[in-house]
Design a binder for this molecule. Sequence first.
Ligand SMILES: Nc1nc2c(ncn2[C@@H]2O[C@H](COP(=O)(O)OP(=O)(O)OP(=O)(O)O)[C@@H](O)[C@H]2O)c(=O)[nH]1
Length: 520
Amino acid sequence: MTLKRFSLLLLSSLLLAITMLLVSIYYFFYLPGIKTEILDQQQQEYNLLYSALSLSKNSLTTLCYDYAVWDELVEYIGNPTDDFVQRSMPDNAFKAANIDAVFVSDINNELVWDYQDDSLTSSRLSLVDLIHQQNIPSFAILPTTAEIASQTVSSRSGYIVFGGALIYFSNTTILPSTGHGEIVGSLTMVRLVDKALIKGISQFSLVNFSIADVQTSTKSMQEFFSLKPIENIAPSHSWLIRNTFDNQAIQVTLHHKKVSLPQLNWVSAITILLSIVLIVSLSLIALSRLLIEPLIRFNKSINDSSDNNFMSKMASNHFIDEVENVSYSFNQLLLKFNAQQNYLETLAVQDSLTGITNRRGLESFSKRIISRWHLENIGFSVMMIDVDNFKYFNDQQGHLNGDDALVAVATCLVKVMAPYDALASRYGGEEFCIIWADNHYQNILKVAEEIRESIEQLQIPNKIDGRNWVTVSIGVVVVDDKLAGVQKYNFNDVLQHADEQLYLAKQTGRNTVIVARFSN
Ligand SMILES: Nc1nc2c(ncn2[C@@H]2O[C@H](COP(=O)(O)OP(=O)(O)OP(=O)(O)O)[C@@H](O)[C@H]2O)c(=O)[nH]1
C-alpha cells in the first residue's frame, strides 16, 4: 500500500471517528444534560407556582382566623352597629389584602354583614346563596348546626368553582380572643383566583400560568397540590384544582419558558460535517506536502541514480525536522558516494605504477579523437614509445629499479606533452602511447624528438649497445584531417600503423624516432 493511500485511509478513518465522536457526545452527553436542565427548570417553575398559590391560600386562612378570634367582632354579632363596620371593617383593608368577599354569619348561619368587591357585584346574590347553602351537606362552608350546638371550634377552607371562576374560601368560628368562650357565629373570607390575582402571582413567582374550566375528559389529570414531580419535558403542564365539595374542577396550566430540546437541523449538521471534511482535507494536503511528497522525491532520486548512475541532491528547508534530517543525511551520503565514485572511476583509468592514464583511459580518449576524425575531419597523431633494452635493465639493476625507471619515463612524457592537447598513457609493460590532437607533421616530429632527448637526458643508467642511459624508440603516425574513406578505419588500425613505425625505429638501432603519415 502506498503512503498516499495509507494516509487517505487514515484520515478517512479519522473523519469517521470524529463524526461518530461528535454524534455520540451530542446524543449521549449533551442532550441528556440539556434534558435534565430543562426538566429541572420546569420542575422549579412548578414549585414556584405551587408556593405562590399555597401562599395565597394560606395567607387567607391566617387572616380569616385573625379576624374571627376578635372580641370586637364577637360584640358586633351580639349588637351589630354601623360604627364597628365603618371603624374596623373598611373596604380598603380587604382590597389591600386581596380579599374579594367577607361574610359574617351568626350561630344560625344567618348573614349578619358582608363585604363583596365590586368585581363580584354581578354574582353577588348567587355567592351569598353559595356561602349559605347549608341544605346540601357537601357545601359545608359554614359550621354545621351540630358543631355550633356542641360549641366545636372549626376552621375549614377549600376551592370552589364558582361561575367559571375559581375561588378560595376560608371559614372560622367566631369566638373571643382568648380562644375560649361561646361561639357566636362564623367568619368567611373569599379570594377569587381571577385575572388580577393570576397576574400578581405570575409577577411574584415569575412563572406564566393560566386557569380554565376543565373538560370532563381530562379529569384524570394530577392534582395541582399533590406536588408530584414533573416527569417529561413539555411546552406546558396542566393540573387540576378540584372543587372542595363536588366534582367540578379548574385546570391550571403552567406555560414553561424552556420548552424543547435543541434540535440539530440539517444545515447545522451539514455545516459541521463540511467543516470536518475541510479540516481533514487540509490535514491531508499538509501531510502530503510536508511528508509524502519529500519521500516520493527521495525515492525518485534514488531510482534515477540506479537508472542513469547519477544521483541528484535533495532539496533542503523542509518543514518537518525528521524529513529535513533525512534530506541532510541523504545529501551527506551523496557527497561521500560521489567522492567514492570519482575515486573508483579514477582508479579504473589510472595506471597503478606510474600514476598516468592506463590503456582503458587511452581507449576512452581515443573514441573522442576517432569520432572527431570521422565526423569533423579533424586529424591527429599517435606515438608509440618503447623503452629500449629494458629486459637488460631489469636483469642488471633489478625489477624495483626497473619500476622506478618506468615512473621516471612516464613523468617525463607527461611533462613534455603538458602544453599540448594530448594524452600520455601507459600502453602496457615498458610501452607508452600518446594521442595528440594535432597533425602538423613537422611539429610532431619536433616534439617526438624532444621526448626522445628528454628521456635520454634523465640519465638513468643502462649500459648497452654503446649507450650509457635509458633511451626510448618512438614510432609516430600522423593522421591527416582530410583522408578519403576515414570511416573505414578505427583506432586499432592507426595504432597498428604506429607500432610498425616503432618496429622500424627498433630496427634502425633504437633511440630513434620514425614518423609516417597514415595511409590507406
Ligand atoms: N621492472 C619492470 N619491468 C617490466 C615491467 N613491464 C615489463 N617489464 C619488463 O620489460 C622487459 C621487456 O623486454 P623485452 O620485450 O624483451 O624488450 P627489451 O628488453 O626492452 O628490448 P627491446 O624492446 O627490443 O629494446 C621484460 O623483461 C619485462 O619483464 C614493469 O612493470 N616493471
